[in-house]
Design a protein around this ligand. Sequence first.
Ligand SMILES: [Zn+2]
Length: 83
Amino acid sequence: MTEHPHPAVQDIAPTEGWVYPLNARKAHYFYNELVSLCRGWMMFSLGAAKPDTFESPDDCKTCRRKLTKIQEEAKDAVSASSE
Ligand SMILES: [Zn+2]
C-alpha cells in the first residue's frame, strides 16, 4: 500500500480559481462549477484558473466576498470535525 504524504494536494484540480472571462475587466472566482460566484459569468473551461494566492484590486468584489465566506465556512468545518 502506498501512502501519499499529502493526500489533499493530490485532489486539487482546476475546478476553482480566479479567471478573467473574455470581455471582463475583473477577475471572477469559479468554485466547483462553471458559473462564477457572483453568477454573472460562465466559463466552459477552468484550465486557466488562478488559485487564490493574493488579493488583487482586479478581483470582482462579489466573488471576493462570497469566496471569503466559503473559506470561513471551510475553516469552521475543519475545526468542528477535529473536536
Ligand atoms: Zn464575479
